[in-house]
Design a protein around this ligand. Structure first.
Ligand code: SF4
Length: 155
């Protein structure tokens, strides 16, 4: 069976920053036939619940900065992403939660140091690693739109 990496919160894991999930039954229905391999870099690195973070353009490049302390949280997320894909070289598809600074594919928000929005279509850190490896990557909403359910025969 072909393997797809998927943001764990989309499968119902309560790993969002506030301890909730983003379970998406419509998406999961469209992924029948794939073996799903869930991941959550932020839960792995920082636990749940946790403070939020944002992608910020800094003098050292794009970093994920804590909205609580301003600390650079990127290294752990980037290490997790490398280790995850090294451990699963057979993954052919990446489905990320829209707008997440870790998992968003073309939907993460990028700010400057003054919280001015620079880009609303940036890749999150985990998605950037998947893209760099040539894996087919989709945001959830785009994947659903691009894979409409075929009409039922006779209807
Ligand atoms: S880091 Fe990704 S998988 Fe984890 S809660 Fe955020 S969007 Fe979901």
């Amino acid at each position: 069976m072909k393997k797809a990496a998927i943001s764990a919160c989309l499968t119902g894991e309560r790993c969002r920053y506030d301890g909730t999930d983003n379970r998406d039954n419509k998406l999961l229905g469209k992924l029948e036939g794939w073996e799903l391999i869930p991941f959550c870099p932020e839960d792995h690195c920082f636990g749940t619940p946790r403070p939020t973070m944002d992608l910020v353009e800094t003098e050292q490049g794009i970093k994920a900065l804590s909205n609580l302390t301003g600390a650079d949280l990127s290294p752990c997320v980037e290490r997790y992403a490398r280790d995850f894909f090294d451990a699963h070289p057979e993954i052919e598809l990446f489905i990320g939660k829209d707008r997440s600074p870790s998992c968003g594919v073309c939907s993460a928000r990028l700010y400057d140091r003054n919280k001015k929005l620079l880009d609303a279509e940036a890749p999150g850190l985990m998605a950037a690693e998947a893209k760099g490896r040539g894996i087919e990557c989709w945001d959830t909403e785009s994947y659903i739109e691009a894979h409409p359910t075929p009409p039922i025969a006779g209807s």
